[in-house]
Each structure stands twice: as structure tokens, then as C-alpha cells.
Design a protein around this ligand. Sequence first.
Ligand code: SAM
Length: 479
Amino acid sequence: MQFCFLALESPLEDKSCCMLPPPFIRRMKSQLGPEYPDFEAALHTRPPVSVRWKSGLSMDHMASGFSPYTLEPVPWHPRGFYLSERPQFTLDPRLHAGAYYVQEAASMFLYQALTQHVDFSKPLKVLDLCAAPGGKTTLIADLIGPHSILVANEVVRARVNVLRENLEKWGTPNIAITCAEPEQYKFNLPNFFDLVVTDAPCSGEGLFRKDPNATKEWSVDQVTYCAGRQKLILESAYETLAPGGILVYSTCTYNYQENEENVQWLQEAKGMSLLSVKIDPAWGVEAHAGGYHFYPHKTRGEGFYLAILQKNTGVLTKRNVPNGFLSLKPLSKAQLPPVQRWLNADWPLRLFQIPSGEILALPAALEQAYLILDKAINRKWFGVYVGDVKGKDLIPAHPFALSPLVGSFNSIEVTREQALLFLKKEVFDFPPSTETGWTLVRYQGSNLGWIKVLPNRMNNYLPPERRIRMDLEKVIDLE
Ligand code: SAM
């Protein structure tokens, strides 16, 4: 019995993506000139599928795990790959272990902008202002060092859950999540961050091929509305940036009103300097007025725009560091031993408890930054949920299993079939010699979660909300 990947896509027969709004056609014709027919033809082709492999994770089994599909590198990201077909990602345990992120290739260009202009060996305060579902956040998370803090903000409450889930899978311990209007950053944390990434909500022209609904929602007024909203978001991004700090502005739309005109405003009204990104001409990226456009007839990806700027003004604000967290209580000496023995000693940590009893671990080096953020922003989630203390024991939590904070522990390496049963929250056969107790379930070198092995059975501790809901029988290859 074997689980197999099923390709989901067939050649584009649905041409609804090409029912382009006439004002959009007129504008793109004037923007692209003689290239316009190629652009429109590209919108009739299938969008490429791409993934970004997590840094630090061996790529040994990466390609074979996508078999029978073939992989080709995304030229502007060292760990980005195109897949020849779209697999059923839900059936790949590695996705659930956070081994890779399914990310549109053009978005991975952020890697070039950041690595060419930011020194990630330094301790940095980084804000991803429009973060859900977390594609750019996970890319940035792979660049920062353990002494940097990355804050992922998402203003729409309904989208915070998906952001939390994706970041939990990615496992980077020094990420804080907030749910705040950008203005909270502007007023409460001026001149604070070394890097702010603003992947702004936009009119979505770059998604017309992938999502036919995007064409229905598009209008000239919508473009104007988005451009105004972006300016307000950028105003906050600019204010929360420290003097000398770097701002990345990106959208997935083509028009100059939302892109070049906002970048021009940052230069003229805020005195920011545009920075250039070295690009290989073979990539097909179009440099225009200091920003970078991805058009689907020239680059292998969807529509995307990015500009990178530096702040030249502002004064470093001296801040009082609050004495303690609003709702986190440091663990008492008596509570420490049962928790400490579970932790990876490579990460100096501070341990806290929230009123509901959960134990959280925060990287010690970042405590001051967390304290400042705690006071400044109302809705936030910090640290890695390690577990709950019950008497002398710790009941380990799922996010802890996916983070590098977990120390060396009993683990079993499982097959794909066992991994999928685990992810269905079912039980699976395991060798009778397996030691009893808390055990990490691992698949191809990445942790999937916890089981508790008992003398004759196991308990599966995958949280119910993380369970795969797909009927696996339908995808079992019985040959
Ligand atoms: N950066 C994300 C990624 O790479 O996965 C995608 C971000 S998406 C293009 C823009 C995000 O901005 C959405 O999650 C949306 O909810 C959020 N947003 C919407 N209105 C906003 C506003 N007024 N201020 C800040 N963010 C907003």
C-alpha cells in the first residue's frame, strides 16, 4: 500500500483569467508597448509552481520526495525550486513539518533585495508589517540570526490564525506575532526597527492568471483606493523605521499608481533614498524608476513589484524598558527543573507562564525588545509554547516539537504512510522495542509532533486543529 501524489493541474482550458477588464488592457498596452501581446499570451499559460526549502535543512531527500515531478532552481533564491507539476501538498508530511513553504517564485526575489543591503550577522529588529499568510516572514526568518527579533504583524484578525500556523511550522523561536493597525507602530514605536518589510494589500493584477476572481474585483477606483491605503501603511512603516533603516515595499500588481508613485512619494515627502538591486539580465526582471517588476511573459512567476529604500532622517528614540511583561510571569525556581531538562542548551532562554498555565520560552537575548513590544502593542503572541507543567512532569506542546528549542529526545523516524496516519491523528504500528514515554515523530529529519508510547499502544498528541482532514483512502495507491 502506498500513498501517491496526484497532480492537480491540467492544461489551462478555463480562459476566465483572460477576461481582462478593458481599462486594464488599455493601461497595460500603454505600459508595455509592443510587448503587450506576449504579456496577454502568458496569462493563458499555466502558472508555475514553486517551493522554498527551509534553510539549515539538508536538501538530500528534497527532490526524491517530490518524485515523479522534476525540480528546477529559482535563479534568484538559493533554496527556491520550480516543480514540473503541482502535487497534492497536503499529502506531503514535509509540508506539515515546515521543511518547505509553497511560495510564488517572484516573491522570493525579496531574498536578493535583503541580502544585498542588510547585514544579517548583526542583531536586528525586523518588522513584517503585512505578514499573513507568512510567505515573506518565513523567508526573512531564514536570514536573521538568533540575536535578532522578527515581528510579524497582520491587521486582519481572521488571517492571524493561518499566520500563526505557518510560523509555528517554520519553528523560528525569535518571531513575535502581532495583530495591530500599522498606526500603532507609527505612534507607539517610532524610530525602532532596523528593517521593515511592507508587502502591501494591493489591486492584485499580478494574480489574474492564478486567481480568475482577481479580475472580477479589479476596477480603476480599486487601484486608486489601494494606492491611497498603501500610502497610509507606508507612512507608518517609515515612522517606525530607525534612522538609517531599510524599507522594502512590494506589491503583486503592475500599475505605476500603486508602485512607482508611492515610491516617488517616499523619496519626495520623506527624503528616503532608493537602493538598487543587482540583477542578472537572464532573470528577465525589469528595472523601472528604481523599482523591480516581474511580468509573466519575461520572468517565470506571477506579477510582482519590489523597491528597497533607506531612511535618512529621524532620531534614535531612547526608550525605558518596562520592568516586567503585562501577562507573563517568570517561572519559579521550583517550576524550572521539569521544564529545563527538555530544552536545547544551545538556546539561552527565559521561561514564563501565562495566566492559563502554558509555559513559554523566549530567547534571553531578546527580552528587552519583547518587553518594549509588549507595552507598545495590544494584541501579540510571543515565544514558543513549550508545554504545561503537571506535577513533576511537563506535557510538551506541539509548537515546541517543531522548534529548534527541543533538546535531544526519544524519537522515531517514520515512513510516509506512518507520517500521514500521524497527521490524521490516528495510531500507527511502531517497533515493539520502542522505549516508552514521550517521543518525537520524525519524517526525513524533521519533527512532526509528539506521541506518548505506552507498553502496548500509543497516544497521538497532534492538536485536533492541525489534523489532515482529507480522506486518505481516496489517494491510496493499492497496486
Ligand atoms: N506578506 C504576505 C506573504 O508573503 O505571505 C502577504 C501579504 S498580503 C499581500 C497583504 C496583507 O496585508 C494581507 O494579509 C492583508 O490582510 C493585510 N492588510 C489589509 N489591509 C491592511 C491595512 N490597512 N494595513 C496593513 N495590512 C493590511
